[in-house]
Design a protein around this ligand. Structure first.
Ligand code: FMN
Ligand code: SF4
Length: 459
């Protein structure tokens, strides 16, 4: 019975144009807010809605905005995180390509609430249609007085620029994004200071995801009570749980009959998303495992498909979190060794290299998985992989940013939840336990990295 809100416009012809957006009620909220609400009123509404960021971490948006210093002279910046680099995630792209004005209305409203004078849309490099559509929408807005000096004749002024990203996963991490926007290599910064205090050009900065900003439009249009009537309420046994409210875009990919971007309330079960939206696992097969929220969130088993996709469900099922709600289905024929190999390749390639545990840990993990895959694995490699996974990351406190956590969860979940398959594979492919006590000849990609072979022996 759920009526789409975020995707309400996308089926219309020319949904990306100002005329179609306004005909459907677009910018109505902005007009009303600029006439009748102060920036503090808008920020208070967003805070009471308990909107949580859709970019991955689920941090409460209103709370983040409240960290901006109140009395600091100089500009405040708003960075729209449109880097969308998490594997399995493409909902920002759908919004930017098919309803860019919704994104811009959310940007203007959020800029007003945070008193930002400039907004930068940091756009994933590989999204050329988003670039064209967003730029066209921004140009239309300037012509219509919706951007620039005195937005719609009000006291508020806002300029919006698009900045094409540098095409790396870590560019989506908020301080990597800021460094990249400043023209530098996207190396995440040590925090504190957090961007709200010292961000872009060392000025107070808010970084929010595209979908988060789109939600702001509807909170102000339909009201806080409406927003809080959708989703999962706070857990009464956990005083720190702000609940999981509002509409959510679920990206569905992998071995599913109808992959795509779908909208529902936060807290649908993973099974519902696959069955109702996706038409079930493809080719009449069963699911073996499902990535619940983008690759870095880990894996659910077939027995965990009734997990609610809200901010607590995946955590209770032993995953990192909801992430971006990028659901990737792996069918019963898919090898978990291949899954782990792909995952480790991605994170080792994307580690920016600043922190030793991340740089070395992701590479060691990859080399061990390559060796297992090549038929030279040892049973105890599985525990070594788990040891690496349990010790790298911002949550154990050994790295600057969360990329290493993201690298660790697929390893932890694949081995802990599918250990039998790994053990079986190692026993079948390396029955003599070759390599347990003697150096393993390098092969394939490993040839050029002889040290990795040695390291596996010394361990
Ligand atoms: C390695 C890494 C990559 C990230 N990539 C993205 C991304 O592509 N888009 C995004 O919105 N957030 C990404 N994030 C999360 C951002 O750091 C930040 O939390 C988010 O943009 C805040 O917006 P929100 O509060 O609206 O979710 C990433 C985080 C990490 C650690
Ligand atoms: S955790 Fe990894 S990606 Fe993040 S700053 Fe450190 S080395 Fe770079």
């Amino acid at each position: 019975m759920y009526q789409p809100v975020l995707l309400a416009n996308i089926e219309k012809d020319n949904s990306h144009t100002l005329a179609v957006y306004e005909a459907g009620g677009g910018y109505r909220t902005l007009r009303r807010v600029l006439k009748g609400m102060s920036p503090a009123d808008v920020a208070a509404a967003v805070q009471s809605s308990n909107l949580r960021g859709r970019g991955g971490a689920g941090f409460p948006t209103g709370l983040k905005w409240s960290f901006l210093p109140k009395d600091r002279p100089g500009p405040i910046y708003l960075c729209v995180n449109a880097d969308e680099s998490e594997p399995g995630t493409f909902c920002n792209r759908v919004l930017m390509e098919l309803d860019p004005h919704q994104v811009i209305e959310g940007t203007i409203l959020s800029g007003y609430a945070t008193r930002a004078s400039t907004a930068y849309i940091y756009l994933r490099y590989e999204y050329p249609l988003s670039l064209r559509r967003l730029q066209q929408a921004i140009d239309e807005c300037y012509r219509a007085g919706l951007l620039g000096k005195h937005v719609l004749g009000s006291e508020y002024s806002l300029d919006v620029y698009i900045h094409r990203g540098a095409a790396a996963y870590v560019c989506g991490e908020e301080t990597g994004l800021i460094e990249s926007l400043e023209g530098k290599r996207a190396w995440p910064r040590i925090k504190p200071p957090f961007p709200a205090v010292e961000g872009l050009f060392r000025k107070p900065t808010v970084v929010n995801n595209v979908e988060t900003l789109a939600c702001v439009v509807h909170i102000l249009d339909r009201g806080v009570d409406w927003f809080r009537s959708i989703g999962t309420p706070p857990d009464p046994h956990d005083p720190r749980d702000p609940g999981s409210f509002g509409p959510k875009l679920y990206c569905l990919s992998g071995h599913v009959s109808r992959p795509g971007c779908y909208e529902g309330p936060l807290g649908l079960t993973c099974r519902d998303v696959i069955e109702e939206f996706g038409g079930g696992v493809w080719k009449g097969r069963k699911a073996k495992a499902v990535v619940p929220g983008g690759l870095s969130t880990g894996l659910l088993t077939a027995g965990e498909l009734d997990t609610r996709l809200d901010f607590t469900g995946p955590v209770q099922a032993g995953c990192l979190g909801l992430g971006t709600a990028g659901v990737i289905v792996l069918d019963e024929t898919y090898s978990m060794i291949d899954f782990l190999h792909n995952s480790c390749r991605f994170f080792a390639h994307e580690s920016c290299g600043q922190c030793t545990p991340c740089r070395e840990g992701t590479q060691w993990a990859l080399e061990m998985v390559e060796r297992i895959k090549a038929g030279r694995g040892r049973l105890r490699d599985l525990d070594l992989l788990l040891e690496i996974a349990d010790t790298i990351g911002i949550i154990p406190g050994t790295t600057i940013c969360g990329l290493a956590d993201g690298a660790a969860w697929p390893i932890k979940n694949a081995i802990r939840k599918f250990r039998d398959e790994f053990e079986d594979y190692i026993r079948r492919t390396n029955p003599a336990g070759y390599g347990v006590t003697e150096p393993v000849p390098a092969m394939g990609e490993v040839v050029s990295r002889q040290y990795s072979v040695d390291s596996s022996v010394h361990i």
